[in-house]
Design a protein around this ligand. Structure first.
Ligand code: C5P
Length: 240
């Protein structure tokens, strides 16, 4: 089977820093990545990234920047300086904003002598459908919009995109092996779907071309989160 080039990302979808750090400590022996989103960032502040880093964890800062290029460049520098391993921006911010994000992140990392964070683009939110896109003035089919924005991200030197499992295979085919695809909506076989609709198993998502899999509640909500993550990682081991 195709080997995952990145890894499994655990979203820390909890409002309290202590709970987030508890999960980090519990799962760190298996070396996953951790996603800090708007809720935890809003409650705990940017220091949470450093605290996870200090414990040896790598952080995907999921704040989806979308603003004028100068402002996004500042946010990108802050993400790099704050110790994010990876962060994302909305592709709809356009070429100038995307280029500003990529170059500011690399520039700040260079200035500090640290590894530059990976910058990923969000194409179309998976909460949007064709009708939702039409309401905001996009008349082309959703899949074409996703592809067009992914191509824009690549032209602007972003390292990859966030995509739903449904789009992964087509994006991989179109964008080549070197472009990162990060996929949420992943459910181990037999797990509850919760509010996710179009899901794939970790193995299917990896086969379809994903590099990073965001898997939340099947791990964080399990009676033994470490055992749940371990069994997911085993299912992704070639030969398993
Ligand atoms: O618990 P679950 O595996 O559904 O968590 C998925 C995580 O990925 C959540 O943090 C959710 O916000 C995020 N996400 C998603 N679907 C998207 C984009 C992000 O589920 N299209």
């Amino acid at each position: 089977m195709r080997k995952l080039k990145g890894g499994v990302i655990i979203p820390l979808d909890v409002p309290r820093e202590e709970k987030a750090l508890e999960l980090v400590e519990l799962l760190l022996p298996l070396n996953p990545f951790f996603k800090v989103g708007l809720e935890l960032f809003g409650r705990a502040g940017p220091g949470i990234v450093r605290k996870i880093r200090d414990r040896g964890g790598r952080v995907f800062l999921d704040l989806k920047f979308h603003d004028i290029p100068n402002t996004v460049a500042g946010a990108a520098r802050a993400a790099a300086a704050g110790g994010a391993f990876m962060f994302n921006v909305h592709a709809l911010g356009g070429e100038e904003m995307l280029r500003a994000a990529a170059s500011a992140a690399a520039g700040e990392a260079g200035r500090l002598g640290i590894e530059p964070p990976l910058v990923l683009g969000v194409t179309v939110l998976t909460s949007m459908d064709g009708e939702g896109l039409r309401q905001v003035g996009v008349s082309r089919p959703l899949e074409e919009q996703v592809l067009e924005l992914a191509r824009l991200c690549r032209r602007c030197r972003l390292q990859g995109v966030v995509a739903s499992p449904r789009e992964t295979a087509r994006l991989r085919e179109e964008l080549g092996e070197d472009f990162i695809i990060l996929t949420p909506g992943v459910r181990p076989l037999g797990a509850e779907l919760q509010d996710q609709k179009r899901v794939m198993s970790p193995r299917e998502a990896a086969e379809a071309g994903a590099d990073y899999l965001v898997i939340g509640r099947p791990v964080t909500g399990a009676p033994d989160p470490r055992a749940a993550l371990k069994s997911i990682l085993e299912s992704l081991t070639p030969g398993a």
